[in-house]
Design a protein around this ligand. Structure first.
Ligand code: ATP
Length: 327
């Protein structure tokens, strides 16, 4: 996107963010551009998932008021010394952006974060996509160093899930659950997903990019893009969410949990994970090379999933496995 488009879109959003009607003519005058240009900039935002209504005689209006991400506000709340926060408007994927920076040799402090208003190519695991409409949610990636090396990545991903649950509990009193290995559920619906990606050597300490997509206020049209039950903070809390303080608080909770993990590994987190396991003692099917059916018994001290098939109890490790309800 050109710098001019970015600038005009941000300016239009400063007005529209409050959820009130603004006429195309009035907006055009404020920005010193034509009405057609206003219509085109808004059309582009609509294509990125922002819900905008246009009503003849009244103008434009957002379906819901939104709070734009603001690097200065986040920085003023930031509790992690020295770690950077970078805010992007529309990006491909915040994880890809961080990985590119690492590959280009940029030096960053662990705990540094990129957030964006929208992702055009948000990713889940194994090529699945993460629907990332504009201004609606949190698309957050954090850089970290995994000194224990690649084998510890599994535990790290589970710890990230717990950090998100702790955040939802402390800020919104939500009973958040984890679905091994990388999803967060509230009321049996997915509210957040985690994608941990590694960069660097496999045997030594490596750079890690931790991506978190947390739904705050999903537009109605999201249903067409997501093939499983999902929810968001607006539905679950009926509160207005301050996205800037949520970014700062998520970064704080995450760094706290990651430091604990760096010092002591996954074992101290295992019982907390098991208390929050959405499938604990429920029938599951684990999609590996073939499908394994049994009762989920939580995780072991390494973060592997324990499944009781009736004949034996086995532990499964590895990021390529996928757990589903067996009921
Ligand atoms: P698993 O990772 O256990 O195999 P998964 O189907 O949840 O299961 P992920 O890679 O974690 O897979 O997430 C991608 C999936 O999440 C998509 O295929 C889609 O069904 C769903 N999804 C995409 N965007 C969102 C969103 N914003 N909120 C909730 N769910 C989403």
């Amino acid at each position: 996107m050109s710098k001019t488009s970015l600038l005009y879109q941000r300016q239009l959003l400063q007005y529209l963010a409050d959820g009130n009607f603004y006429s195309g003519q009035w907006l055009a005058e404020q920005l010193g551009i034509s009405r057609t240009a206003v219509a085109n900039y808004l059309k582009e935002l609509k294509q990125h998932g922002l819900e905008i209504f246009s009503v003849k005689g009244r103008g434009y209006k957002l379906a819901y008021a939104i709070q734009l991400l603001d690097a200065n506000k986040i920085n003023s709340l930031q509790l992690a010394a020295g770690a950077q926060i970078l805010v992007q408007h529309i990006t491909d994927s915040t994880n890809s952006q961080l990985l590119q920076r690492l590959q280009a040799g940029h030096k960053m402090l662990p705990g540094s974060v990129i957030v964006a208003e929208a992702q055009s190519a948000g990713r889940g695991r194994r090529g699945r996509s993460w629907y990332s409409p504009f201004g609606a949610n949190l698309y957050f990636s954090c850089y970290w160093r995994l000194e224990q090396g690649v084998p510890a990545a599994m535990g790290l991903s589970l710890v990230v899930g717990l950090a998100v649950c702790r955040l939802l509990q402390s800020q919104y009193q939500l009973e958040a659950k984890v679905k091994w290995p990388n999803d967060i559920y509230v009321n049996d619906k997915k509210i957040a997903g985690i994608l941990v990606e590694l960069s660097g050597q496999a045997d030594a300490g490596c750079d890690v990019v931790i991506g978190i997509g947390l739904n705050i206020g999903m537009p109605d049209q999201s249903r067409q893009h997501i093939d499983q039950p999902y929810t968001d903070l607006r539905t679950e809390t009926l509160q207005q969410v301050d996205r800037n303080s949520l970014v700062a608080e998520l970064q704080r909770q995450l760094i706290c949990a990651l430091q604990e993990f760096a010092a002591a590994g996954f074992a101290p987190f295992a019982s907390e994970f098991n208390q929050r396991d959405v499938f604990m003692n429920r029938k599951v099917s684990l999609m590996a090379k073939s499908s394994i059916i049994g009762i989920c018994r939580g995780v072991d001290t390494q973060g592997g999933i324990i499944i009781d098939s009736g004949k034996s109890t086995d532990v499964y490790y590895g990021g390529e496995l996928s757990l589903r309800s067996g009921e």
